[in-house]
Design a protein around this ligand. Structure first.
Ligand SMILES: [Mn+2]
Length: 387
């Protein structure tokens, strides 16, 4: 498995790393011809179709028939796909990096951006004419043409309007100002808010590497929920001695006591900055709904031996972030004694640690790492599978 043991190499030919960040990232689209020369698809159409049949895959099938769109959600049995030669349909497999080691390795190339922004790799296979129609995303996206050709039309959309009564959010006010056909190895970058419509020219496969750019309200909603959970259950409301006989005349009136009670609780939701950062880190490392980890089949002692012999790597589904004082993995904060561990930071940045790192690790670091192996969050590196 390819991994970034050192700083990841800049992956896109035709533009420098600095130039891309200064001129394009979050600013304007960029078409790069042969950005990844000689790019070979990481899985075949048959393999993708098989993934779409798995329970832990998030897959969708979009079909257009005489201007009407239909959307179905997976998992899909192979026989449920329309015929390959039939045009105008597409299969989308979200989170392909969670399902396939090769795709997870491919995603490592895009770690020149913060992991906290990363969403996933979606792979779409489309028959001739297939696509999902003109739309906008709340994402920065790199559209990597993997196989065949796709025609893209793009244009900025200030205020999106959507077609009523369609299963997809299709733009009614899409005015493309550029159009191009992508070949394998070509990459199109789009900031959020750019309308785009990709139509397969013959059968094709496209990888969408997405970076979430959520509106504040969306994140705040999740964070508040999480902070409230951490606070729960808290004090129970009581109005002992505070209900008087006048209530019988105005029972619908909201008691000020209840308002004050919740105001006080609300103010406690505003944690110290360390806890606030950690809570955000926990939130952003939470596994997606369909992700589950398989517990290791080997015993602790065997895992220990294997890690000592070959080092350790994170499972492709694990997410890890750190702040100045804490390390978060898969929605949890590590024990505060390990919050400043350099080793865990290195693991978070590189997704793997070597034998020398393992040898130098403190006992409590070893214990944490072993526990992650037991849970299936990490594994002894491949070469460790000697037993
Ligand atoms: Mn899109």
């Amino acid at each position: 498995m390819r991994r970034s043991s050192e700083k990841a190499a800049w992956p896109l030919q035709g533009i420098s790393h600095a130039h891309f960040l200064q001129r394009h990232w979050q600013r304007r689209p960029l078409l790069l011809r042969q950005a990844i020369p000689g790019f070979a698809p990481l899985l075949t159409r048959a393999e993708l179709f098989a993934l779409a049949g798995e329970d832990d895959a998030e897959s969708r099938l979009v079909q257009r028939q005489e201007g009407r769109w239909t959307l179905r959600h997976g998992p899909f049995a192979h026989r449920s796909f329309p015929a390959l030669r039939k045009g105008d349909w597409t299969l989308l497999v979200q989170g392909a990096n969670l399902l396939h080691d090769g795709v997870a390795s491919f995603l490592e190339r895009f770690r020149f951006l913060p992991d906290a922004r990363l969403d996933d790799v979606m792979i779409s296979w489309a028959s001739n004419g297939g696509g999902v129609g003109p739309h906008v995303d709340a994402y920065d996206v790199f559209l990597v043409q993997a196989e065949g050709q796709r025609q893209w039309r793009i244009g900025p959309v200030k205020v999106p309007h959507f077609e009523p009564e369609q299963p997809l959010k299709l733009l009614t006010n899409f005015e493309p100002d550029a159009e191009f056909v992508l070949d394998p190895g070509d990459v199109l970058y789009l900031p959020p808010g750019w309308g785009h419509d990709g139509v397969a020219v013959g059968a094709c496969m496209t990888y969408s590497v997405g970076f979430r750019a959520p509106p504040e309200g969306e994140l705040l909603q999740q964070l508040l929920w999480k902070l409230a959970e951490d606070l729960a259950p808290g004090e129970r409301y009581s109005d002992r001695g505070r209900v008087d006989t006048a209530v019988a005349g105005h029972p619908a009136k909201l008691p000020q006591d209840l308002v004050h009670f919740l105001r006080a609780a609300f103010s406690r939701l505003n944690p110290a900055s360390r806890d606030f950062e950690a809570a955000l880190g926990e939130l952003l490392t939470e596994p997606k709904q369909q992700v589950w980890f398989e517990a290791a089949s080997r015993k602790r002692a065997q895992l220990l031996k294997a890690c000592a012999a070959a080092g350790l790597r994170l499972d492709r589904r694990s997410r890890m972030l750190y702040t100045a004082r804490d390390v978060m993995i898969n929605g949890e904060r590590v024990a505060s004694g390990l919050g400043r561990s350099r080793l865990l930071r290195r693991l978070a940045d590189r997704h793997a640690i070597g034998v020398d790192d393992w040898k130098a690790a403190r006992p409590e670091e070893i214990q944490a790492l072993l526990q992650w192996c037991v849970q299936g969050w990490a594994h002894p590196d491949r070469e460790g599978d000697l037993s």
